[in-house]
Design a protein around this ligand. Structure first.
Ligand SMILES: Cc1cc2nc3c(=O)[nH]c(=O)nc-3n(C[C@H](O)[C@H](O)[C@H](O)COP(=O)(O)O)c2cc1C
Length: 256
């Protein structure tokens, strides 16, 4: 594999869930956010916002709402990344009923923009020796989280992010063989069985090692549990209530 410093850093990524007390400076945080902002963004829309949570009460409330994830409360910096079309609505100055802000396409744009910026932030943080973990758990009780953060319409909290100096050194979590995700010319599921089987072996060993032999599950089994269990089925209604689908049916040629 051809290596350089950036690739080496990317290949060494691991989520960090235990942090030193040592603070992240304001200057570091601003650098991380500015690096995040330089991610590509659809039509330069920059359809995301980041909320830094400093207030201790809000932190402990968010930790509880995210399913009692203690590191949300304990980490030096906690950010909430939001898909945001509200700033665009404000900028465009559309009156109620005007424009095409709340569309499924713009939902895809806003969530993509949020993810690209957030991952730039993780890469920037890791380049400084910091560690990070995303917290999708904030979507467990998304209405309560949104109320706590006073999010306006056209804004959705997508995930939180803990940042700080690592106080643990977990092993790198193996990924699928690259052949399982890289297709040539057309989509091909031909080798999935073999590739998944090979990955199952790797993940089984990884889980045994990581849990001192207590967790004997492979990837397929983990995914069967994950996808066989209902999860956050409130998302559709919440996204709708934030008006992300208000304008899908408003095109002039639409019969709706
Ligand atoms: C969108 C997103 C949400 C996540 N939510 C959580 C979470 O709520 N709690 C947690 O401990 N890890 C969370 N993670 C971390 C993943 O579990 C982790 O990235 C994955 O298992 C791969 O491990 P690695 O990051 O150490 O390589 C999340 C990751 C992503 C990308």
């Amino acid at each position: 594999m051809s290596m350089n410093e950036a690739i080496h850093k990317l290949m060494n990524h691991r989520s960090i869930r235990k942090f030193k007390q040592e603070p992240v400076t304001k200057e570091q945080l601003v650098t991380i956010i500015r690096a995040a902002q330089m991610a590509s963004t659809s039509s330069n829309m920059q359809a995301y916002s980041v909320i830094q949570i400093n207030d201790r009460d809000k932190r402990s409330r968010l930790a509880a709402l995210a399913g009692n994830q203690a590191y949300v409360e304990e980490c030096p910096v906690f950010l909430v990344w939001c898909a945001d079309l509200y700033r665009l609505k404000t900028a465009c100055g559309f009156a109620e009923g005007e424009g095409y802000i709340g569309t499924t396409e713009n939902l895809v744009v806003a969530i993509t923009d949020t993810a690209l910026a957030a991952q730039n932030a993780v890469v920037a943080a890791e380049s400084m020796g910091l560690g990070a973990v995303y917290i999708g758990g904030i979507r467990n009780q998304i209405k309560e989280v949104s109320a706590l953060l006073k999010l306006p319409e056209y804004v959705i909290p997508v995930y939180g992010m803990c940042l700080g100096y690592p106080d643990q050194s977990p092993s790198i979590r193996p990924r699928l063989p690259y052949e399982a995700v890289l297709h040539e010319d057309v989509y091909s599921a031909e080798n999935y069985e073999n590739l998944i089987q090979a990955y199952d072996e790797t993940m089984k060993q990884y889980m045994l090692d990581r849990t001192n032999g207590t967790k004997d599950t492979n990837w397929t089994q983990a995914m069967q549990v994950k996808l066989g269990t209902p999860s956050r089925l409130h998302m559709k209604e919440f996204i709708s209530s934030q008006r992300f689908w208000d304008h899908d049916r408003k095109a002039p040629d639409s019969k709706a």
